[in-house]
Design a protein. Structure first.
Length: 134
């Protein structure tokens, strides 16, 4: 396909891996994102695909020109050190969120069911490193 104005003709409707990596990383860091082809707004949502590496894949589509792609995070992050875990839990307790010390993505937190009380579990959507409440 060849470029026509701000958008591209059919045939170039897929984002490149590089474009998907930039958009996915920015989204997981809660940075503003826009379509790299036409600067339109993007719909970014958690993919139904499993990553297998602990990260959170994303499906990406431009609301304006329709270009689309998928972000598959690298995963394989090193386990958090004891000091990193402590800082993550302190930030979660004090601010309601925390950044991954490896890649600055916002860590996702959820309660895991347990008896007698549920415990918090956190994971990085980019590197897949995780932390469990003691």
């Amino acid at each position: 396909g060849r470029a026509t104005g701000n958008c591209v003709e059919v045939g170039m409707k897929r984002l490149t891996k590089h474009e998907c990596d930039e958009i996915g990383t920015a989204a997981h860091r809660r940075h503003p994102t826009a379509c790299p082809r036409c600067e339109g707004g993007l719909r970014i949502q958690r993919s139904q695909r499993m990553s297998g590496n602990g990260g959170m894949p994303l499906d990406i589509r431009c609301n304006a020109c329709g270009v689309h792609g998928s972000y598959d995070p690298p995963g394989g992050g090193a386990p958090f050190t004891g000091v990193e875990q402590l800082r993550i839990w302190e930030s979660h307790r004090d601010h309601g969120d925390a950044l991954c010390p490896h890649d600055q993505a916002f860590i996702g937190f959820e309660r895991s069911p347990g008896i007698p009380a549920s415990k918090w579990h956190g994971w990085c959507p980019i590197c897949g490193s995780s932390v469990h409440e003691a």
